[in-house]
Write a protein that binds this ligand. Structure first.
Ligand SMILES: CC(C)(COP(=O)(O)OP(=O)(O)OC[C@H]1O[C@@H](n2cnc3c(N)ncnc32)[C@H](O)[C@@H]1OP(=O)(O)O)[C@@H](O)C(=O)NCCC(=O)NCCS
Length: 179
């Protein structure tokens, strides 16, 4: 299912087809990409398959996932960008992971903006959270550009790392137009 489009990108849901599994492995199987994600472990093919299956189930249950980001020019899946919904925890959480070959060309910012605008329009969330390792400055830039506010640093037991917390909430004027 197509979620959003930009000048250079299409965001769509993941499938369990072999091309998506190969693309997932290029992203989550790369230790460089995973360096600052979770405990920093790259996934093997089985892990990627499980991650995509979990994403498909998450989409069915919650209407969001870490959507596949397709570069229009090549037709290739170059990254994952979207949301995880933890109803018992922080609510809607933004994530973005891109294959290394496509870093530094503004793709993550372009995809994150499209995913963010889609979810705000579709769900009207009261807030969206995000977190990243302190070393991961690019993530902070993307969140700041989208209007997230810096809420300081927290230690996470699951990743064993200090992470910067960002929260987006609708502005007063946006909230008023919803009434
Ligand atoms: C973080 C990541 C998504 C950025 O993707 P990207 O496509 O290279 O990002 P963009 O090109 O859109 O750049 C975003 C901003 O970060 C800046 N940036 C890019 N690489 C950077 C770096 N290594 N150090 C500091 N800033 C950097 C860019 O200049 C841009 O800032 P600007 O808007 O002020 O110009 C990508 O590096 C990635 O997938 N990393 C591994 C996974 C990961 O860490 N995800 C986030 C976990 S919370």
């Amino acid at each position: 299912m197509r979620i959003a489009e930009t000048e250079r990108l299409v965001l769509r849901t993941w499938t369990d087809c072999p091309d998506d599994l190969a693309a997932g492995l290029r992203i989550w199987g790369d230790p460089e990409v995973m360096r600052w994600v979770g405990r920093g472990d790259a996934l093997d093919a089985g892990g990627v398959e499980a991650s995509i299956a979990a994403g498909i189930a998450h989409q069915e249950q919650h209407g969001v996932q870490h959507w596949a980001v397709v570069e229009r020019a090549s037709g290739e899946v170059i990254g994952a960008c979207g949301f995880h919904l933890d109803e018992g925890g922080p609510g809607l959480e933004m994530v973005f992971h891109f294959a290394r070959a496509w870093w530094g060309r503004g793709f993550a910012t372009e995809a994150a903006r499209a995913a963010f605008e889609h979810v705000v329009r579709a769900r009207r969330p009261p807030e969206i959270v995000a977190a990243h390792r302190l070393e991961n400055e690019a993530s902070g830039r993307i969140l700041a550009v989208l209007g997230f506010e810096d809420h300081g640093v927290e230690h996470f037991e699951d990743s064993g790392a200090d992470e910067r917390i960002w929260i987006w909430r609708p502005s007063v004027s946006e909230a008023e137009t919803r009434r």
